[in-house]
Ligand binder design. Structure first.
Ligand SMILES: [Zn+2]
Ligand SMILES: [Zn+2]
Length: 120
C-alpha cells in the first residue's frame, strides 16, 4: 500500500499507464442519479458531458485488482475479465487467463499503434 502524503483537492482520475488525466464525479459501483445501474466493478465515472440525459455517464477507469494501479478503460491499458486488470498484470499472468482473453490480447497488440492516443 502506497501512502499519499497530499490529498488531491480535485477529483482527478489519471491513468498510470497512458497518463490520461481527467476529472471524475464519482468513484464506486453505483453512480448517483442513475435509477438502477450497478456497475460490475468499482470505477471512476463522470457525467457524460455530451448528453443532456442526467443518467448518462461515462466510465473512465478503475483500479487494477492485482497491483492497485489506476488504469483507464482503454484497451491498451486495462482489461475486464471478472475483475479489472491492467495490461502489464495481464501479461504477467497470461497463463491464468483463458484462451479467449489471450487471443483478444494478441489481436490488440497487433493492431495497436504505439504513440497514438485515441480520444473521442
Ligand atoms: Zn490509460
Ligand atoms: Zn495491475
Amino acid at each position: 500500500m502506497e501512502q499519499t502524503a497530499t490529498e488531491t483537492p480535485q477529483n482527478t482520475f489519471s491513468c498510470q499507464l497512458c497518463g490520461l488525466s481527467t476529472s471524475f464525479t464519482y468513484y464506486g459501483q453505483k453512480p448517483p442519479n442513475t435509477r438502477a445501474i450497478v456497475l460490475l466493478e468499482e470505477c471512476f465515472v463522470t457525467k457524460d458531458p455530451f448528453s443532456p440525459d442526467k443518467e448518462k455517464f461515462l466510465v473512465l477507469g478503475s483500479t487494477c485488482s492485482l497491483c492497485g494501479k489506476c488504469v483507464c478503460v482503454g484497451p491498451d491499458c486495462s482489461l475486464f475479465y471478472t475483475k479489472r486488470f491492467c495490461v502489464p498484470c495481464v501479461n504477467r499472468h497470461l497463463d491464468q487467463f483463458p484462451q479467449q482473453v489471450r487471443a483478444e490480447l494478441a489481436k490488440k497488440s497487433q493492431s495497436s499503434q504505439p504513440g497514438v492516443t485515441q480520444l473521442t
